[in-house]
Design a protein around this ligand. Structure first.
Ligand code: GLC
Length: 550
């Protein structure tokens, strides 16, 4: 039964890489058994849903986004029975589960692709992928993985043709012009719906269809197919989230949020502006981006990540000025800010020069702005990374649970570990881990938990209206979130210097103001309400008393 309020309204999502989260069988690789054992931690932290990066069989040439069987589990992670046990136990603890669904491509080792290359040219089997005799077809489609590929086409000796791959050459693009492909992928959606999952993060949605003289992104046919997915899910009667990954500016991502299309889309432009804001100490572009996001998709749900398993996208030189990008890279704590395909492949903490105040500030913003906050595993601890690792592995290393062996991630000997746990100075797992931080009242981890608790108690932050107020200070973003009986005022200082300013709160003249986190009263609202925020400081205040709803 579809309820009137969907489960994701007001939800906080936690993204994790199962292979790097917790190893339940001691082979050095995180798995579903290990993850099941950590659900109580996630419940304690206060997240509503977890998004798992791909868990399907895969040769792992692209972190599992190269799939050989969409309806199974990678043997290193478990099997379908283990998935069932994990899902049942997540649901029993009130945690929803979102799977990554890769629609655009498969692994080159997928049986469909192997069959296609051996099948005669023009046959239905060959037609499952996109082939060409000419590698200049769709010449305007940009190369996405610029660090690894020089063409979107790869010559296949057996087929005697080129095949299209918008990502790695190990990831041939499926041919969505072929109704069989569409039917199969809807079958995949159905398979996991029947298993009881609560949502899908739809990977790389802009690239499903191609057309000459276009960038082959977000074409009308692509939107048509996504509407089919939506109708399919709606017809199942299940309350299932469809979340789009389109690494594009707000205007280009907004069409996926049309009423009959997907429920949510990541706002990567906002992510870029949050980092740029902190790097430049200026809140102007952040404010503009926030207003634009509300205008282009009013009432829609933007998902708000700070970091994820990919690079930090800063907008291809159009969104964030070059000097700000350079200052983010220069400010990196340890190692250099390695530029991969389209961004920086580092974790949040080192990107913020190891400053926990900036970690708090950026999370306080995503926890209070309109949209669905997305926490990347380990960022609740301020976990570090390993800059020297290949591709995007620097920010995919094992979760730090304890000060013990391998940070409590696995009991396996070091050489067997999926990736090395962090021992870099300042981020060593013997110091930065769940167990230690749980015991320290002032830790980042306890702060996140407290913030999530407060957020849960403030429905205005979950689904309220949004309006930016003028702070008169270049570094400070101020806004209100409101519902009928509750108004929350938020102020955030993006600068490393303290900021004092006055706010015009005359429309709430005489109302009480109370700081939320510690319950401290401030002077009554007036026309010239004085605020001081320390370096990277922020505050949430309730304006007026919360009226009981009858
Ligand atoms: C998405 C994923 C990324 C992957 C790519 C190709 O952008 O987030 O990790 O490499 O799609 O599937």
């Amino acid at each position: 039964m579809v309820t009137s309020v969907s489960w994701w309204e007001g939800a906080v999502v936690y993204q994790l890489i199962p292979r790097s989260y917790s190893d339940g069988d001691g082979d050095g690789i995180g798995d579903l058994k290990g993850l099941s054992g950590r659900l109580s931690y996630l419940r304690w932290l206060g997240v509503d849903a977890i998004w798992l990066t791909p868990i399907y069989p895969s040769p792992l040439q692209d972190g599992g986004y190269d799939i050989t069987d969409f309806k199974n589990i990678h043997p290193e992670l478990g099997d379908l029975a283990a998935f069932h046990r994990f899902l049942t136990s997540a649901h029993a603890q009130g945690i929803k589960v979102i799977l990554d669904l890769v629609l655009n491509h498969t692994s080159h080792l997928h049986p469909w692709f192997q069959r296609a290359r051996w099948a005669p040219k023009g046959s239905p089997e060959r037609d499952v992928y996109v082939w060409s005799d000419d590698p200049n077809r769709y010449a305007e489609a940009p190369i996405l993985f610029r660090n690894f590929e020089t063409s979107n086409w790869e010559w296949d000796e057996v087929a005697g043709q080129y095949y299209l791959h918008r990502f790695l050459r190990h990831q041939p693009d499926l041919n969505y012009e072929n109704p069989w492909v569409q039917e199969q992928m809807l079958g995949v959606v159905d398979f996991w719906l029947q298993k009881g999952v609560d949502g899908f993060r739809l990977d790389a949605v802009p690239f499903l269809f191609e057309a000459e003289e276009s960038r082959c992104e977000g074409l009308e046919q692509t939107h048509d197919f996504l509407r089919k997915v939506r109708t399919f899910v709606d017809n199942s009667g299940k309350d299932v989230l469809l979340l789009a990954e389109a690494i594009q500016p707000v205007e280009e991502a907004a069409p996926y949020l049309a009423e009959d299309e997907l429920h949510a889309a990541f706002n990567f432009e906002l992510t870029a502006q949050l980092f740029a804001g902190v790097a430049s100490g200026n809140s102007k572009n952040l404010g503009l981006c926030l207003n634009k996001a509300q205008e282009v998709a009013p009432g829609s749900c933007w998902a708000l990540p700070l970091r994820n398993h990919d690079e930090l996208w800063l907008g291809d030189g159009h969104l964030v000025p070059e000097e700000v990008i350079q200052s983010i890279r220069a400010g990196l704590h340890q190692g250099n800010g390695h530029w991969l395909n389209w961004g920086i492949n580092r974790r949040l903490a080192p990107l913020l020069n190891g400053d926990p105040r900036a970690n708090r500030l950026l999370h306080a913003l995503i926890y209070s702005l309109p949209g669905m906050p997305c926490i990347y595993y380990g960022d609740e601890l301020g976990m570090g990374d390993w800059p020297g690792l290949r591709d995007r592995d620097p920010n995919r290393t094992p979760m730090a649970w304890t000060p013990g062996r391998n940070g409590g991630f696995s009991t396996a000997p070091d050489p067997l570990l999926v990736l090395p746990p962090i021992t870099a100075p300042g981020y060593d797992y013997r110091v930065v881990n769940v167990e230690v931080q749980k015991h320290l009242p002032g830790s980042l981890l306890n702060w996140h938990r407290r913030m999530l608790t407060c957020r849960r108690l403030l429905p205005a932050l979950q689904a309220g209206g949004f309006e930016i107020l003028d702070s008169g200070h270049p570094s400070v973003l101020v806004f209100v979130r409101y519902i009928k009986n509750m108004t929350v005022l938020v102020a955030a200082n993006l600068s490393a210097a303290g900021a004092s300013f006055h706010l015009d709160l005359s429309r709430w003249e005489g109302a009480s103001t109370r700081e939320v986190l510690w319950g401290c009263y401030y002077p009554e609202a007036n026309e010239k309400w004085f605020v001081y925020l320390s370096s990277y400081g922020f505050n949430w205040w309730l304006i007026g008393e919360v009226e009981e709803t009858k």
